[in-house]
Design a protein around this ligand. Structure first.
Ligand SMILES: Cc1cc2nc3c(=O)[nH]c(=O)nc-3n(C[C@H](O)[C@H](O)[C@H](O)COP(=O)(O)OP(=O)(O)OC[C@H]3O[C@@H](n4cnc5c(N)ncnc54)[C@H](O)[C@@H]3O)c2cc1C
Length: 464
């Protein structure tokens, strides 16, 4: 890998070979172009290629290889560890690859590699259709999908990767291939959970579901009820039908409308729900949630699916400081609940939160080895997120996340969801892929033997 500055003529040649834009540190746009969603990440790439099409992606990959540059690939730029950028290398920024085509007859959507989930929801909702993603619409389709994809529709429709039918991908040698169940099936297996390790995905094909209006939103209780609420949640979700999804959270109530003033800035616990069954059955389904408590805040009701998907967007603009830790969880024992309540009550800043996402229901229809995502048998993905706009609070949010995680880790399933991890080293990556790691390493050796795609939760190529 080179760290020497490239000759200007080499850069100019690269620039003229792109339809998109090449940004260098001397350019006015460089400061904004180098930023990713997490304001804590402060990396300075040598070059940023805003690719306009697949040809640009091929050119950029070949350039990185020829010049021996470190290569980072940016989809939506949301990665907590800042894996969509790098120091001194080349960033392939896919944001301009944002074409979407819905096929309402086949119930599929083809999505280019730089789209956000808000782009996808907007396009599919017009047809009364949706595919599962996450819970914030500015998140990139690329990173979220390649890591697995956990969100409001996990119990109903499975992980995002369970609805992925095909990818177009540019490999480390610059070749372009399609991978699906019949073609390059090993690669298709690997990209469903293996992250950006295998190439740059220029388009995704997803299955769509007839989901338009859902019944959902947050229902919150006071922290005095937190232990009971968590136990109630554990039991409720275990027996809930698969058309109901609900994740548990500790959070502070935002200090402004539409939230009642007496709750402003209060730490609360609760569930964020999404029910996709017949609307006339919703009230009965939600009755036990409303009887337990009763809730201090109840915003659950019928709403368009994209409204639920973007409900938290305005609270979480790009550029804030983020530090998160995560684990999969099999069991919520009473001891684990007591520790969760202890640290949940200590949320250090207004936007810091803990989320516990169910990954059962439809996500359990596949086995651990059916895709690269190896924790199908876990019941939850937990994430402890320290967030604040002010870098002066970095120690505060980081210490809280780490302390909370350290206390709960012994009660976890061992590994974590790759999309909720920071850069935590090889041991953690292996703990996350478990029995799938060896197969992933073989596939990596086949498609990326020199580990060109290594700015990610890295799978090392197997030595053959
Ligand atoms: C506010 C917020 C909410 C979130 N909510 C959820 C959630 O509900 N559910 C969930 O599952 N996750 C969630 N996440 C985590 C999210 O899935 C990861 O941060 C993910 O990495 C983001 O993808 P991205 O494309 O935006 O990120 P980037 O930083 O652009 O990329 C992340 C990684 O993916 C690779 N990558 C991205 N696009 C491509 C591509 N087209 N081809 C090849 N490699 C690519 C990058 O190289 C990098 O290694 C959330 C994150 C944030 C910040």
């Amino acid at each position: 890998m080179t760290t020497q500055p490239l000759p200007e003529t080499t850069i100019q040649q690269f620039k003229t070979s792109l339809r998109g834009q090449l940004i260098q540190p001397s350019d006015e746009e460089y400061e904004s172009a180098r930023r990713v969603y997490n304001g804590m990440i402060d990396k300075r790439p040598a070059l940023i290629a805003r690719c306009s099409n697949v040809a640009d992606v091929i050119t950029a990959i070949n350039f990185a290889c020829d010049q021996q540059l470190l290569l980072a690939v940016r989809g939506g730029g949301h990665n907590g560890g800042g894996l969509g950028t790098c120091d001194n290398g080349l960033v392939i920024d896919l944001a301009r690859l944002h074409g979407i085509r819905v096929d309402p007859t086949a119930r599929t959507v083809r999505v280019e590699g730089g789209c956000t989930w808000g782009d996808v929801d907007h396009a599919t909702h017009a047809f009364g259709l949706a595919t599962p993603s996450g819970i914030v619409s500015s998140t990139g389709v690329g990173g979220l999908t390649l890591g697995g994809g956990i969100g409001h529709l996990t119990r109903q429709c499975g992980l995002t990767i369970d609805n992925l039918l095909e990818v177009d991908i540019v490999l480390a040698d610059g070749s372009f291939v399609t991978a699906n169940a019949a073609q390059n099936a090993d690669l298709f297996w690997a990209v469903r959970g293996g992250g950006g390790n295998f190439g740059v995905v220029t388009s995704f094909l997803f299955r769509l579901h007839p989901i338009q209006t859902v019944y959902g939103g947050p229902i919150l209780w006071s922290m005095a009820q937190a232990a009971d609420a968590m136990r109630f949640y554990r039991d409720f979700i275990a027996s809930a039908s698969a058309d109901f999804n609900g994740w548990f959270a500790f959070m502070k109530v935002p200090p402004g409308p539409p939230f009642p003033e007496h709750l402003h800035a209060k730490t609360m616990c609760g569930m964020v729900c999404c029910y996709t069954g017949p609307l006339d059955k919703a009230e009965a389904l939600f009755q036990p949630l409303r009887q337990f408590g009763p809730p201090a805040l109840d915003f659950a009701g019928p709403l368009p699916y994209p409204a639920l998907q973007s409900m938290f967007d305005s609270l979480l603009p790009a550029g804030m400081q983020w530090y998160w830790r995560a684990d999969f969880v099999n069991e919520l024992s009473d001891q684990a609940i007591a520790l969760n309540v202890k640290y949940g009550a200590q949320i250090p800043t207004l936007l810091s939160q803990m989320h516990l996402y169910p990954i059962d229901g439809a996500a359990h229809r596949l086995g651990n080895g059916d895709t690269a995502f190896s924790y199908r048998d876990a019941k939850w993905a937990q994430v402890i997120v320290g967030v604040d706009p002010d870098p002066a609070n970095n120690t505060k949010i980081t210490s809280w996340s780490k302390d909370y995680w350290l206390a709960l880790h012994p009660y976890s399933a061992g590994g974590a969801y790759v999309n909720f991890m920071m850069e935590e080293g090889q041991e953690r990556v292996q703990a996350t892929y478990r029995d799938n790691y060896a197969r992933l390493a073989q596939i990596k050796a086949r498609y990326d033997p020199d580990n060109l795609f290594r700015v990610n939760q890295n799978i090392k190529p197997a030595v053959t």
